[in-house]
Design a protein. Sequence first.
Lengths: 393, 155
Amino acid sequence: MPDRTLRGQAAIVGVADAASADGTLAGTVRRLQGQMIAEALDDAGLALGDVDGLFVNDSPGWAPSLELAEYLGIAPRCTDSTQTGGSSFEVHVEHAAAAIAAGLCDVAVTVYAATPRSDRARGGGYRSGQTVGATATAEWELPYGLRMPLGAYALAAARHMHAFGTTSEQLARVAVDARRWAAMNPRARLREPITVDDVLASPLQASPLRTLDCCLVTDGAGAVVLTSADRARDLRRPPVFVLGAGTCHTHAMISQMPDLTVTGATVSGAQAFAMAGLGPTDVDVVQLYDSFTITVALLLEDLGFCPKGEGGPFVAEGVLGPGGSLPANTTGGGLAYTHPGQFGIFLLVEAVRQLRGEGGDRQVEGAEVALAHGSGGVLSAMATVVLGTEATR
Amino acid sequence: MKEATRFEPPESVAGAPFWAATRDRRFVLPWCVACGRPHWFPRDLCPHCLATELEWREASGRGRVYSVSVMAKAANPAMAGREPYAVALVDLAEGVRMMTNVVGIAPDEVTVGAPVTVTWERLGDGRHLPLFRPSTAPGTMDSPAPPGASSRSNA
């Protein structure tokens, strides 16, 4: 098991995110990244000149952190272009906390922006600039016409249903509860309440998943600033400490996932909890990657919030919604708030806001411990971050 | 089903022997000489022990559906007109898993656990893409075939 030397050594001190009810944002990806970094630094009471650690996963070119640092005109002494898709930002928090604890940097920033909805309106299509290279995916998966990423999650859902008797009705409750939170979030894209029957009546996309089992496609952006625990206490907002973190990736292609009902969250979650000295019952609010309804059920099982195979009955009880015993995805999540392709940054931002008591109408009363869990690729790359207030450090 | 417009997969160095065999509708798998285990997808080293001496062996062409999803819409223009179609992960008798389509049955009748047998779809360049269809009763064409003859009957 990991030792606990990293526990509480670093803190998130600044956050920002951008999304809109119509799903679009003005500006280029680069400008949005810059705006998010500026807002998150201002939230912390820091300036760009304080940043000496840059963590960024995506870029139009070949070297994400080099290109963004150049664009911003900074010369970081700690650099990280780790790309694990939607979980990249949780991985970055883990790496940044370790870098800060080891003295490799003092102030770290991770940032994300994407504008797939505006790109589509301009005729570009989501990630249309990417061409298919001679990859293993192209050789061994693309000829079969699996819709991606939807189809990969559909295969996981079908297997989960076969193995454990999980039903579409049960999974639909994840989408219903997401809307209940989104109703309290003015920036959420989808705020109209829905019912389980609405989900079941929505068009089948890739069986067993239907339209309302799927996340949005919107523009969105966000940033997170970290520094040492000592420095954090002198800044503008109450520090949110990184109590534990863990990562595990198990595959890149869905056809290589060892067991479609078990994710690497079993490893990342166990490590994060062990480092934090906490367990699932200690968590007051969770932010779980909800690319699809099945994703949430799998993560709840693998993180230990319910036994393996019982994710369906667990979510069907409505525990994830407002007033439930495990408030989850309090923005409305990727299903109802925003989803620009890689949702992980928003999980961190909302977890921090909940622990600062800035949740407004959707604040979970007395939240002291939050868990943010990112999933990247097609259930490929899992990363868990356990966060806590000063009282928990 | 429209047959002419499959996305034609690129051919890696490691995958070339597989694709070459498909020109004769032979289904072969890479096995490690050192540890004696097969793997999929084809690599130019063994993912179990990292040894580099591999050999290609005739595969049974038989397996079971591990999971399946029916695409209500085509994933790309090459698949347009085929929808709805079943994309499956099939566990082969040899112990490896591959992505495929299950054909020869209504897509929504493909079930997890169903026994399936390889069949082939010709690609524009003369290679064939391995697909699977429901197996028929034991003792007929789906019985284990002798090496070298396993999949020729399944055109």
